[in-house]
Design a protein. Structure first.
Length: 319
């Protein structure tokens, strides 16, 4: 009898320990952080440079007096976005930021080229649970892609059915635009740029857990996804970009640095190979996560122009 009791006690202890680990992992992965202050002194020199560039780029964006937009998601959260028009233009880009970031910090560096050089109206939303938007939890693209389609519908309803929309996402934003593209977006969405996106929520959570601990932890990643489904009401298995490649609707430009330590380059390669719609790629040797525009700006812009020339109506650089 004592052997049975001991075995039950061991199982209970293991279960409690596993549950505690899952709870900590959920908090770290999907709960909105209370403090988003950047510790400048802890940044690498390269990231300090980007931090200063972001401050400058953000101020440039704000100096354009962007319109402050709001809408409400299915869960009742108020979502916020900045919008800068381009007079007389029927072309729009929705620039989509990454994990635990916000629209301006991630994407204001793209604003001058899109808005002033290419003449695009520029929409810069904050994901749910990020930036100025409400919300408590992050779903790695599952809910974020649904909300992105709300912004697409907003643009169509406000500006007409004859507009053309580009979805351009970075990191988790790249996963978000791919998932939106796989969800039969309105016909006004013409093409997608994904910059350093991941294959799935499970893959990126498991990868970064191994990176932090040095140990393969797929069961913890699965536990996080299961806990979110049971207790938080969303299914991160829906954030499966690789599995949804067969459902993609519009052409995709894949961008990735080969030295990406956050979203491994092989994820970009797998996504590109699995893509069944018209596609192009810009894979940059030696570049790290979300730095392709910073470190290869001219090539990045040239690739964008080439891509748009193929997939937007009568697109020319001087229009």
């Amino acid at each position: 009898m004592w052997v049975l009791k001991a075995a039950i006690a061991v199982v209970v202890i293991i279960a409690i320990g596993f549950s505690a680990i899952i709870a900590v992992a959920v908090k770290e992965c999907v709960v909105r952080p209370k403090d988003t202050t950047v510790d400048y002194d802890a940044l690498s020199e390269k990231h300090k440079i980007r931090y200063k560039l972001r401050q400058r780029n953000n101020q440039y964006l704000y100096d354009k007096n962007p319109e402050d937009l709001s809408l409400t998601d299915k869960q009742g959260n108020e979502l916020k976005a900045w919008f800068v028009p381009a007079e007389g233009s029927k072309r729009f880009v929705i620039a989509v930021h990454g994990y635990k970031c916000n629209g301006p910090d991630e994407c204001s560096h793209l604003f001058p080229f899109y808005n002033e050089t290419l003449g695009f109206n520029y929409l810069l939303p904050d994901h749910v649970s990020h930036g100025r938007s409400e919300g408590k939890f992050i779903s790695f693209g599952a809910r974020e892609s649904e909300n992105l389609l709300l912004w697409v519908n907003y643009l169509v309803e406000r500006f007409g059915e004859d507009i053309e929309i580009v979805l351009h996402g970075i990191s988790m934003g790249a996963a978000t635009v791919m998932l939106a593209n796989a969800s039969n977006p309105p016909d006004q969405v013409k093409c997608v740029i994904e910059d350093c996106g991941y294959t799935s929520a499970f893959d990126i959570i498991a990868f970064n857990m191994k990176k932090m601990t040095g140990i393969e932890m797929p069961h913890i990643a699965k536990g996080v996804i299961l806990a979110c489904r049971i207790f938080l009401g969303f299914n991160m298995n829906e954030a499966d970009c690789l599995g949804r490649m067969k459902d993609m609707k519009n052409p995709i430009l894949f961008i990735h640095g080969t030295a990406d330590p956050t979203v491994p380059f092989e994820m970009g390669e797998r996504l590109y190979e699995a893509c069944t719609v018209p596609k192009d790629k810009m894979f940059k040797e030696g570049l790290i996560h979300a730095y392709c525009y910073y470190d290869a700006k001219q090539e990045y812009e040239e690739k964008m122009v080439e891509f748009f020339s193929k997939h937007l109506t009568d697109f020319k650089l001087d229009n």
